[in-house]
Structures are given as structure tokens and as C-alpha cells.
Write a protein that binds this ligand. Structure first.
Ligand SMILES: Nc1ncnc2c1ncn2[C@@H]1O[C@H](COP(=O)(O)OP(=O)(O)OP(=O)(O)O)[C@@H](O)[C@H]1O
Length: 376
């Protein structure tokens, strides 16, 4: 039954044109205080009160533009959280946003949780046309696997999403905003992206502590002591203790992967706004024995927002993407799969659908059969 106005326990006054920084949607108040039920309010991934969805608003008989959703935060609430006026919050995240036209945004309502989108991405290496129109979306809260035959461009698409290389054609959108250059060329896009390389890519001449805290030592205003504490916390989250002073050469392969993960998840607490984070793992279990693989697969799950880390605290990673060839990793560490073939997404579905698909190419991959359309 739809709640009646008497069920509503608080009534923040909405500010015309205020943008929900999570979903880039805007609402226009109708010149009157609007009523919201606490039931409709939850925290978005930026830690801010989250949008009301359109269906909920209909139920509550709240009127606003049909394609927009309403951020339930009051200006006061936002001011308190971010120490900036609500209006400047909007410009901080969406400097080109036109408040008059905000509700006419073409961003569809059901794409409001898309963190990364690749649209028709192409990449050449010399004469080789590797990516040939890869298009897909990564949504908030997802655990996505990218699979497919060798050399089809899986690592390349990760590096493009991470902003390490540019596409030759097509676009990458980060939280709805088009990425224009490489990660080093641009300021914040509202999302942190971590890439954990297959090799772990640790600096051999630096200790574990220096490796994990590298970005903070280089770029944050935090004290050395505080960074050291954060490094210890980050290592604890991946189940490592007392290894701060070791060098990478003194670690096993599985430990190196954990250290690389700790480096990906450490966050700069001196930043005013904590952005959500997507972590990408390039073959995280390659070269590990089956038990070490299981440990890493569970670790990947544990630092996700739907998991609990080694300290039994909720994970911080909004979404993650795993490139893998390992069937155990496909089944244990991800929920949705993208099958990349000849530079395009040929198939996508859940891990359960992967097992039952009749697509001949994907089927051959599932079965590991030599018979089928894929020839080596
Ligand atoms: N920097 C580069 N310069 C030239 N060629 C490259 C470069 N990076 C990748 N390639 C080529 O692009 C193709 C795709 O490479 P990529 O590593 O993305 O494939 P993959 O699907 O991840 O393969 P695998 O499953 O074997 O790891 C390969 O032929 C590779 O040799």
C-alpha cells in the first residue's frame, strides 16, 4: 500500500536544480517543500543520501520531471557533509551542468548506476586491429569477469578503462563523463580506478610499505606516520601482517598479489570527497596453485562492498573487473561475464548462463574443446 503523507517523518526542502552527484540526475522542486519517507532514503556509493527512484516517487505521489530522480539530501545535509554549499557541489562534479536543463538530461534513468562505459572502442597496435568496437557498461556494485581467447584484447581494454592508453576510436565514459585523455592528463572524474597487474608490478627496490603507500607518499598531504598506519590497515584488509619491511623478492607469488591488492585499495583520506573505486584485476590467479587461487578469489570478493575484508569490515571497492582464463576464478570471483572475441563483446551473461549457453563460440570455450569455431 502506498504510504500516506502522515507516514512521512521528515521533509527536507529541495533545492531547484540540485544534482545527485551519484546519478547525475537532477530534480526541480515545484516551489514547495517536498515530502520524503525515510524508507526511500539510503546512502549512495558516495556516502550521500541516495536518489529516490521514479517508481517510488510515483508511489509517494511526488511530482517531478519524468526522467529525473530526486536526491533526497537537503542542502543543509550536503553542506554538512562536504563543507561546501550545495550549489557549488553541483559545479564541482558537473561543471557544465545547466541547472535549467538538468532534468532534460538524456542520461537514461536505468543507467544512473553506470560507473564505466566503453562505447564502440577500437584500438590498433601498428597494423593490428585489436579492439574492433567493444561496447559494454560496468555498473555500481558489479563483479564482472572479462573472458575470451588469447590475444583478443582483454588486457588492452583494461588498460584503456584505466586511462593508461587511449582508444583510437570510440569513447570511454567515467561516471557519465567522457574521458578525454590518459589518467595523467585529467583531474578527478568522480571515480578511482585501480589496476592490479598480473605480475603484481611491485617496485623491487622498495619495501612492501613503500610499495603500498607509494601514491600517498608521492601525492598526498598526509604525514609519514599516518601513511604508515594506513599501509598497515590496508595490508591487514588483505590478510597480511608484519611484512611492511620486506622486499618483493622475499614474498611468495600469492603474497605479491595481495600486496598489489593492498596498494590498489589504499585510499587518500586527506581528500575531501572519497570517490568510489573500481578495481581491475588482470589474471589475478594466473600461476597460482588451486588453493592459493581460492585465497585470492575470496580476497577479491572480500574487499568488494558486498563482502567483508580480513578485519571483518565491509569492503570498500564499489565494483571490480577480473580478466581471467581460470574456470575457478570465473565461478568463484565474479557474477557477470563479458566474452570478448575478435575485439568485440560477443556474449554477456551471468556465470550460470555461461554454463548453459548454446552460443557455439562461448560453448567451445566453456568445454575447452578443440572442435568448434575457435581455431588455434
Ligand atoms: N603495447 C603493445 N604493442 C604492440 N602490440 C600489443 C601491445 N599490447 C598488446 N599488444 C597486442 O595486442 C593483442 C592483444 O593483447 P592483450 O594482452 O590485450 O590480449 P589478451 O586478450 O589479454 O590476451 P591473453 O589472454 O593472452 O593475455 C596481442 O596480439 C598483443 O600482442
Amino acid at each position: 500500500m502506498a504510504p500516506s503523507p502522515s507516514d512521512l517523518r521528515f521533509s527536507p526542502q529541495l533545492s531547484p536544480g540540485l544534482v545527485c552527484s551519484t546519478h547525475k540526475d537532477a530534480f526541480h522542486s515545484l516551489g514547495q517543500p517536498q515530502m520524503f519517507s525515510p524508507d526511500t532514503v539510503s546512502n549512495c556509493h558516495m556516502g550521500r543520501p541516495r536518489c529516490l527512484r521514479e517508481d517510488m516517487s510515483r508511489q509517494l505521489n511526488i511530482h517531478y520531471h519524468h526522467s529525473a530522480c530526486a536526491c533526497s539530501a537537503s542542502p543543509t545535509n550536503l553542506t554538512t557533509r562536504h563543507e561546501s554549499p550545495a550549489s557549488s557541489l553541483m559545479y564541482e562534479h558537473y561543471p557544465n551542468w545547466d541547472t535549467r536543463n538538468a532534468a532534460l538530461s538524456t542520461v537514461p534513468d536505468d543507467d544512473s548506476d553506470v560507473l564505466i562505459e566503453c562505447r564502440n572502442v577500437h584500438k590498433y597496435f601498428g597494423e593490428k586491429h585489436i579492439l574492433r568496437g567493444a561496447s559494454f557498461k560496468i555498473r555500481y556494485g558489479e563483479a564482472v569477469g572479462i573472458i575470451g581467447p588469447s590475444g583478443t584484447g582483454k588486457s588492452t581494454i583494461l588498460r584503456i578503462m584505466a586511462g593508461l592508453i587511449s582508444p583510437d576510436k570510440g569513447e570511454v565514459y567515467i561516471c557519465g563523463k567522457r574521458r578525454k585523455g590518459l589518467i595523467s592528463d585529467e583531474g578527478t572524474l568522480g571515480l578511482r580506478i585501480g589496476l592490479v597487474f598480473q605480475s603484481a608490478a611491485l617496485f623491487d627496490s622498495l619495501t612492501v610499505e613503500e610499495n603500498v603507500g607509494f601514491m600517498l607518499y608521492e601525492h598526498s598531504s598526509l604525514s609519514k606516520e599516518r601513511i604508515s598506519e594506513l599501509v598497515t590497515e590496508s595490508l591487514a584488509a588483505v590478510g597480511l601482517k608484519g611484512v611492511e619491511n620486506r622486499f618483493p623478492s622475499e614474498l611468495s607469488g600469492g603474497m605479491k598479489k595481495r600486496v598489489a591488492l593492498a596498494r590498489a585499495i589504499i585510499s587518500d583520506e586527506s581528500q575531501e570527497v572519497r570517490e568510489p573505486e573500481v578495481v581491475m584485476y588482470d589474471e589475478p590467479t594466473a600461476g597460482l596453485d588451486p588453493i592459493a587461487s581460492t585465497v585470492v578469489e575470496d580476497l577479491i570478493r572480500s574487499v568488494h562492498i558486498k563482502g567483508r575484508d580480513a578485519r571483518d569490515k565491509p569492503g570498500q571497492i564499489a565494483s571490480y573487473i577480473v580478466v581471467t582464463h581460470q574456470h575457478s576464478t570465473i565461478r568463484r570471483a565474479v557474477d557477470r561475464l563479458l566474452f570478448l572475441h575478435e575485439g568485440r563483446i560477443l556474449w554477456e551473461g551471468t556465470t550460470a548462463e555461461f554454463d548453459t549457453t548454446t552460443d557455439p563460440i562461448v560453448r567451445q570455450f566453456v568445454d575447452g574443446s578443440l572442435k568448434g569455431p575457435i581455431k588455434y
